[in-house]
Ligand binder design. Structure first.
Ligand code: ZN
Length: 264
């Protein structure tokens, strides 16, 4: 067993490109294990694909799941708030489900303040509070409303993570004040992300997480390719450089933080 243990706290394993492994998920998992990936959180974006995603990852104890409906999922395709609430509670009770989401607000692809999006977000927060499981928050061009809903709806009671964080320090601070963790993706390695790297230096060491958001947002030097959880190493390396930590120390700290938040 290798000394270093990396975590990828946000990936979509049912969407990654398995071509390098001949389309074989178990071959991919062997590669992940050889690359020191100790734990992955496979994040749901809708309920239709959820059973197949569960089945795919079921044989692997190092993969945990979340359940939720992405903020951009068309309202016609997703259940009513009442039905969604019931389904989140039912699926969320499973011990392998360690978080609720991804949920939140996205005003890039959906009209700002759309009532159904805010309602869906609130439904997830209520389910997470009842289940006492943390939230996975997606926020795009909606930072003020995202924070306000989290604050109003009592998200402090369940906590969670701001996934693929790309916002400023003031936003990070308000999320930290709610007890949330801040997760950095491959965006942290992008040339244009100088300001974000300054934010990453300021996050308390016990609230930092790393992720890939595979198959999206591959980090430098893999930028432009389909992303895979193995590339979380590049995110860890960038974070290590910013914090003045070794790669091993960065891996250990983020693993510890993930364990504390997701209770595995
Ligand atoms: Zn995602």
């Amino acid at each position: 067993m290798s000394a270093m243990q990396l975590v990828d706290t946000h990936c979509h394993l049912d969407r990654i490109d398995l071509a390098p492994w001949g389309g074989d998920f178990s071959a991919f998992m062997q590669a992940a294990r050889s690359a020191d990936l100790a734990w992955m959180l496979c994040v749901a974006i809708d309920l239709e694909s959820y059973p197949a995603m569960c089945a795919l990852v079921a044989p692997y104890p190092e993969i945990a799941l979340s359940v939720g409906v992405h903020p951009n999922e068309e309202p016609e395709l997703s259940p009513t708030a009442e039905k969604l609430f019931e389904q989140l509670l039912e699926l969320g009770r499973d011990a392998r489900v360690v978080a609720i989401g991804e949920t939140g607000l996205d005003y890039f692809r959906t009209e700002a303040g759309a009532a159904w999006q805010v309602e869906r977000f609130r439904t997830h927060i209520e389910a997470a509070r009842q289940l006492q499981k943390p939230l996975i928050i997606h926020s795009r061009e909606a930072r003020e409303d995202t924070l306000r809903v989290l604050e109003d709806a009592g998200a402090r009671d369940c906590g969670g993570v701001m996934h693929c964080f790309v916002e400023d320090w003031a936003t990070a601070k308000r999320a930290l004040d709610l007890g949330f963790y801040i997760s950095f993706s491959g965006v942290l390695t992008y040339k244009s992300a100088a300001e974000l790297r300054e934010v990453a230096k300021q996050i308390p060491a016990d609230r930092l997480l790393i992720e890939t958001d595979s198959p999206y947002l591959a980090p430098v030097p893999q930028r432009g390719k389909p992303n895979i959880p193995l590339y979380v190493r590049h995110v860890a390396e960038q974070l290590a450089a910013l914090r003045g930590w070794t790669l091993e120390e960065t891996a250990a700290r983020t693993l510890d933080n993930a364990r504390r938040l997701f209770k595995f």
